[in-house]
Design a protein around this ligand. Structure first.
Ligand SMILES: Nc1nc2c(c(=O)[nH]1)N[C@H]1C(S)=C(S)[C@@H](COP(=O)(O)OP(=O)(O)OC[C@H]3O[C@@H](n4cnc5c(=O)[nH]c(N)nc54)[C@H](O)[C@@H]3O)O[C@H]1N2
Ligand SMILES: Nc1nc2c(c(=O)[nH]1)N[C@H]1C(S)=C(S)[C@@H](COP(=O)(O)OP(=O)(O)OC[C@H]3O[C@@H](n4cnc5c(=O)[nH]c(N)nc54)[C@H](O)[C@@H]3O)O[C@H]1N2
Ligand code: SF4
Ligand SMILES: [Mo]
Length: 710
């Protein structure tokens, strides 16, 4: 190096007056990649950079969202003070006034409209400690049955199916490091390449090792590229397709009879049902050729090991629970579960999609995966909380149904933490109309989201850089997010806000917490003996052992890496198979002359959910600054649509305008719109309100629409 260059670098180095490094985990998906924020002060300004950090799950990798995750917390629009709406405008107020205002409003609503008039809407992007505390807050501080959360729109079908089939629901039954060694993989309605990008090397390695990969998706995606066989199914027909595969497995005598006999119940009924079905009919319904079904089924059944993964493509359907149960029928009938290199994975979505569905945010649930309608469970949790079990409310209703109750005037107040339901719920016009009827809406937020915009009060909350706590990743591994950057402005943590509100409501003694670890220690007690038992997990252990997979019932227990090796979690130790019909119990919307195309919705790699965070990141926003309609060129031609046209997309519920993107990768009868944009581009203006009767999941993935150039 020349002297001149050396001198240049030296001066550059001197310009960096200080450097701070903060450990944290990515605020976005379920991989929960560990990362470090490097903050440098250079002369008069600060610069930030994010780098990956080694850990057993993401192994130091980051995707484009992770690398740019620091851009939104430092965005100028971040809320720094409590904001109250006065004559339609938000004005800054003190915490003291904000808390007093909440007390007055909550008390007045409960005095005039009853206890049940208050509702709580939570999230799977908050920590375990916060999810747990929010459930306790609703039941103990507000005494309302009405609490549910955004995971209802996300994991509810997979969770219900796994609970019904296996007796317990943990996203992956095996750790990710088994994936490279399995012989055959089914990827059903999951786009891991865009949604959990740092998981990909596990699957790429499997392929290198010779695994055969089968993808089921109506579109060709970066994920289906990995597949040896792509079943380009008609949207919403996964339950029927699974019947097709089961039929081949049974007809070809490929059932693992010993496994089915010893470890499951219900196989005979499934077989009887399958014998009554015709492959021709299934092929017509699914638009998957019989030969492809045969290849997939024979390959999956004949290999020694195999894994099956599902995500929202199969699950966000009004028969999502049954569709997943039928996929699990395939896994059980071929004996590919509870063994090395064989198992199931419902790929979790949000950062804490797993943990936040275990500890009491769900309408019918108490911590540790306990049921709020079970007397013994009520007793156990009431004891930990120091309340009388008869004082605990009963079960409430699901996320979308809370908005129906608001519309009916039965719920008049809402406490919203970490979600943007105006954009993420189906039938978005209705959600907005319902929210307008509320007497009082409080949003705990980092930004004025489309929903916070409608609030009477916004409370500023901390980000993933500042808020310490545990997050359970897609493997079921409980990890510790060591976030330690000081909160900016008057920002407080979500858990701190809950404790302060409880205090003004006179419930301080139930919320005495001074740090996240205090809350975790109570959660451990409350989950003890439950299905999701965290009792043996401590902050110290997580630090030393780089995360622990639940259940972990005591301090000497190593955690459970592989589930169901000896028995399933039902009391008889067996998995439950049930026959599943080809068609949904509640009919899905059909295409007709007026609405001739199927609309399906989903994600792209550069944005996250309703986009409130990623649209604030200059690097991510620059990659995709607007929504689009993916449409097959032949279909586009039929409706006089050219590439890059503004297109009007209309369903029975509403209308959006997005730009066309012609692509041969999508089925000719289907169009796709991503979910990350709002207002005239909010795809949920088009989605209908029917819900899966078993888990109340909306049908985000199948709706009938028409398209026309604007
Ligand atoms: N970049 C990015 N990553 C994310 C998120 C994000 O917003 N952005 N969100 C996170 C969250 S919360 C979640 S839940 C996960 C979601 O992760 P995924 O479920 O993988 O994502 P989606 O894009 O919703 O849907 C997956 C695939 O289902 C396909 N599909 C649509 N209809 C059907 C159908 O009827 N049958 C079948 N078999 N497939 C169908 C779509 O074409 C799509 O490729 O991602 C997480 N990761
Ligand atoms: N059509 C269609 N609709 C869908 C889906 C689909 O595939 N298709 N997917 C569904 C799925 S899987 C999901 S998970 C939902 C998610 O939908 P939402 O719950 O609406 O998701 P986000 O956009 O993440 O909203 C989170 C909000 O909380 C704020 N926030 C972020 N971190 C924190 C925090 O730590 N504390 C607090 N208090 N606030 C915070 C963010 O600024 C943001 O405004 O959308 C669902 N909607
Ligand atoms: S978005 Fe997911 S894969 Fe990407 S860095 Fe964040 S946690 Fe990792
Ligand atoms: Mo999700």
């Amino acid at each position: 190096m020349t002297d001149l260059l050396l001198k240049y670098f030296r001066t550059k180095q001197q310009e960096v007056q200080s450097e701070k490094v903060y450990d944290t985990q990515c605020p976005f998906c379920s991989m929960q990649c560990k990362m470090q924020l490097i903050e440098q002060s250079v002369v008069s300004r600060k610069t930030f950079k994010t780098i990956g950090k080694d850990n057993p799950t993401s192994q130091g990798r980051l995707c484009v969202k992770g690398m740019n995750a620091h851009q939104h917390p430092f965005h100028k629009d971040r809320i720094m003070h409590p904001l109250q709406k006065v004559n339609g405008e938000f004005v800054q107020i003190s915490w003291e006034k904000a808390l007093q205002h909440i007390k007055e409003q909550f008390e007045s609503i409960q005095a005039t409209d009853g206890h049940d008039a208050l509702s709580v809407y939570g999230s799977a992007s908050i920590t375990n400690e916060e999810a747990y505390l929010l459930g306790k807050f609703a039941r103990v501080a507000l005494k309302t049955p009405y609490i549910d959360y955004n995971g209802r729109l996300c994991m509810s079908a997979a969770a219900t199916a796994a609970n019904q089939t296996f007796g317990v629901d943990r996203g992956l039954t095996n750790a990710l490091n088994e994936v490279p060694h399995t012989r055959v993989i089914i990827l059903a309605g999951t786009n891991i390449a865009e949604c959990q990008p740092t998981i990909m090397p596990y699957f790429e390695k499997a392929k290198e090792n010779g695994a055969y990969i089968i993808a089921i998706d109506p579109r060709e995606t970066a994920t289906t590229k990995l597949a040896d066989l792509h079943l380009k199914v008609k949207p919403g027909m996964d339950a029927a397709l699974a019947n097709g595969l089961l039929k081949v497995i049974i007809d070809e005598d490929l059932v693992d009879k010993q496994f089915v006999q010893e470890r499951a119940t219900g196989f005979e009924k499934v077989k009887e049902h399958i014998n009554s079905l015709s492959l021709d009919e299934i092929s017509t319904l699914t638009d998957v050729p019989i030969e492809q079904m045969r290849t997939a089924a024979i390959k999956f059944a004949s290999e020694d090991s195999g894994m099956l993964f599902s995500a929202r493509g199969v699950e966000q359907q009004i028969d999502g629970t049954h569709a997943v149960r039928n996929l699990l029928n395939i896994l059980i009938s071929t004996g590919k579960i509870g063994k090395k290199y064989s198992g199931y994975g419902a790929i979790t979505g949000q950062g804490n999609g797993q943990g936040a569905r275990e500890h009491g945010q769900k309408a019918d649930q108490l911590p540790g995966y306990r049921s709020i309608e079970n007397e013994e469970h009520r007793e156990q949790v009431a004891k930990v909380w120091g309340v009388d079990k008869d004082e605990l409310p009963r079960k409430g209703v699901s996320a979308y149904e809370m908005f129906q109750k608001i519309d009916e005037g039965k719920i008049t107040g809402m406490f919203l933490m970490c979600s943007n339901p105006v954009v993420s719920n189906p039938n978005a016009n209705f959600i907005k109309k319902a929210l307008k009827k509320l007497k009082f809406l409080v949003a705990v937020e980092m930004f004025i989201s489309e929903t916070a915009e409608m609030a009477d009060l916004i409370l500023p909350t901390s980000s993933y850089l500042e808020d310490e706590g545990t997050m359970t990743n897609l493997e079921g591994r409980v990890t510790l997010r060591e976030a330690s950057r000081p909160c900016p402005g008057e920002v407080k943590h979500d858990w701190e806000i809950l404790c302060e509100i409880a205090k003004v409501l006179g419930k301080e003694k139930y919320f005495p917490f001074t740090c996240a670890e205090d809350i975790f220690n109570e959660l451990r007690e409350a989950s003890k003996g439950g299905a999701a038992d965290y009792f043996g997990i401590t902050y110290d252990r997580i630090r030393k052992e780089q995360g622990i997979l639940w259940p972990c019932p005591n301090l000497d227990h190593k955690g459970t890496v592989r589930l169901f090796e000896n028995e399933f979690a039902h009391s008889d130790g067996r998995a439950r198979m049930i026959p599943v019909s080809n068609l949904s119990e509640i009919p899905k919307e059909k295409v007709d002359e007026e609405y001739p195309l199927y609309l399906t919705t989903g994600r792209i790699v550069s944005h996250y959910l309703t986009g409130v965070q990623t649209r604030k990141s200059s690097a991510l926003a620059a990659r995709n600054f607007e929504s689009y309609l993916e449409i097959h060129p032949e279909t586009a031609k039929r409706y006089n649509i050219e590439h890059n046209n503004l297109v009007s997309v209309t369903s029975k519920r509403g209308n959006i305008v997005v730009r066309s993107k012609l692509s041969e990768k999508i089925r000719k009868d289907t169009v796709f719109v991503p979910i990350h944009w709002t207002e005239a581009q909010n795809v949920n203006l088009l989605v209908g309100e029917d819900l899966d009767p078993s888990c109340k999941m909306p049908g985000f993935k199948v709706n009938a629409v028409r398209v026309a150039p604007v």
